[in-house]
Design a protein around this ligand. Structure first.
Ligand SMILES: C[S@@+](CC[C@H](N)C(=O)[O-])C[C@H]1O[C@@H](n2cnc3c(N)ncnc32)[C@H](O)[C@@H]1O
Length: 454
């Protein structure tokens, strides 16, 4: 059954009618009495169900996995009444591999479901969430991936992704969402797994034509160096190997990504597989364009938090007076610094934690006045946090453009801005990772007039 997880096969099933979609991609529903046909009876169970592998409009038979005070979680066992949005998963491993949780959802429907997830999390705000254009391709798009490998008890090697809700690794000889160079690189490195530690991770990065792999926790020996060099070719062009204090490159371990395809597009970024990059190129271009337009950087003093290797920085710096960019990763900041020097960008790149920087800024700002016209931030899942958001709001930038991959922490932080004198003007969702319920959100906040003049 498409999108159905194979766990808990033995538990009895219960019929659930699904009416919505939750953060994380599960269907939201209620228990009913019978599952066949459209007439369903009420059921005394009033708790909300969160059902993996179920879509709005469906009636599904569900195996419980967890019973909580207000919620029951489960996985779809069979589908009694299917949504028109349900499709046969293009990946034969969709029932076991936890890499993609939405292989059973029609690609055309995924973006609207993501929009609904974000709208649901932001229901307390007066804003209509918009959807950007969908990803040009729902398969073969991923240019960045974290693969897991391990040796099994019977001496076999598995290379792939984790099973949903499990640490078990599912062997994935062919992945439907990796782009061609990453797929090629995964196939080339597979034969070398017996030379690596018994378990570990492989970080993949592709520029669309070539791939480089990162091997964390691996100490190079002469034999391994020769073996890694031996699998390099025109597509798999390098390894970055790190173990203890050792950091070594074999071949070309950094790739230039997102170079300009047309006049006026920003300069490319140069990254290793160990540095964060957005999961695909095409939608990232649209995301960078949109974030830059929302920030209105022309002639402005821009503060960019969680800047990474400069994905947004390079575009903001095109017209800004100056961009002050901060990231806690030394390596990402070194990449950004390289970009600044190579292209002469008006950017000051600093290594550090955003929270510490904002705390100091808020204290200094009271004495000195307000430094930044615009703030762009793109934190990891945990978001900015309430106190750092208060510090940031207290420095009164005219605009804040908040890029988020978690609508729940975004909602928490937006509440602080709205209570501190900002209007939530626009929220837009981008589909960087089709076939999964992952969302990328851009929220634009503008300081209200009265407060702007204050
Ligand atoms: C979602 S990535 C965004 C990177 C970049 N904006 C991009 O589009 O590629 C989040 C970034 O936040 C950085 N980071 C995580 N925690 C941080 C913190 N407390 N302070 C500053 N940067 C942090 C990570 O190193 C990472 O580069």
């Amino acid at each position: 059954m498409s999108g159905v997880n194979a766990v808990e096969q033995e538990a009895p099933t219960e019929p659930v009618r699904i009416f919505g979609v939750a953060h994380g991609g599960a269907g939201v529903g209620r228990r009913i009495n019978e599952a066949d046909g459209a007439t369903v009876g009420e059921h005394p169970e009033t708790r909300t169900w969160l059902v993996d592998g179920a879509l709005p409009g469906e009636i599904v038979q569900v195996r419980r996995t967890q019973t909580e005070k207000r919620l029951i979680r489960g996985v779809t066992a069979t589908v009694a009444m299917a949504s028109e949005q349900r499709v046969s998963p293009p990946c034969p491993l969709s029932e076991t591999c936890g890499g993609c949780n939405w292989q059973h959802v029609a690609p055309a429907a995924q973006l609207e479901l993501k929009r609904q997830i974000v709208q649901g999390q932001l229901r307390r705000f007066d804003v209509e969430v918009e959807a950007a254009a969908p990803s040009p391709s729902a398969l073969g798009y991923r240019r960045r991936a974290r693969l897991h490998y391990e040796q099994t008890e019977d001496g076999q090697w598995r290379l792939g992704f984790r099973r949903a809700r499990s640490h078990e690794i599912v062997d994935v000889p062919r992945c439907a969402v990796l782009d061609a160079p990453l797929q090629h690189a995964a196939e080339r490195v597979r034969g070398l797994l017996p030379l690596l530690p018994a378990r570990g991770e492989i970080l993949g990065l592709s520029d669309g034509e070539r791939a480089a792999l990162g091997l964390p926790g691996v100490r190079l020996t002469d034999a391994l160096t020769a073996a890694l060099a031996g699998v390099l070719d025109d597509v798999l062009v390098g390894f970055s190997v790190r173990g203890g204090r050792q950091r070594q490159a074999i071949g070309r371990a950094k790739l230039e990504i997102d170079g300009p395809q047309r006049d006026g597009e920003p300069v490319p970024i140069l990254v290793s597989p160990f540095v964060f990059t957005q999961a695909q190129g095409a939608v990232n271009r649209a995301l960078v364009r949109y974030v830059t337009a929302q920030a209105e950087p022309a002639g402005a003093r821009v503060l960019e938090l969680y800047a990474g290797a400069g994905n947004f920085t390079r575009a903001l710096a095109g017209t800004a007076k100056r961009v002050w960019a901060i990231d806690e990763s030394r390596e990402a900041i070194a990449c950004l610094q390289g970009l600044v020097e190579r292209f002469g960008l008006p950017v000051t790149a600093r290594n550090g934690k955003s929270e510490g920087f904002l705390g100091k800024l808020a204290r200094a700002d009271r004495a000195r006045g307000h430094d930044y016209d615009v703030v762009v931030l793109d934190p990891p899942r945990r978001g900015l946090g309430r106190q750092p958001a208060r510090w940031l709001a207290s420095t009164r930038p005219a605009r804040v453009v908040y890029v988020s991959c978690d609508p729940a922490t975004l909602a928490r932080d937006l509440e602080v801005f709205v209570k501190s004198g900002y209007t939530l003007e626009r929220v837009r969702v981008f589909d960087l990772m089709p076939m999964t319920s992952e969302v990328e959100i851009v929220a634009t906040l503008r300081r209200r007039k009265k407060e702007a003049g204050a």
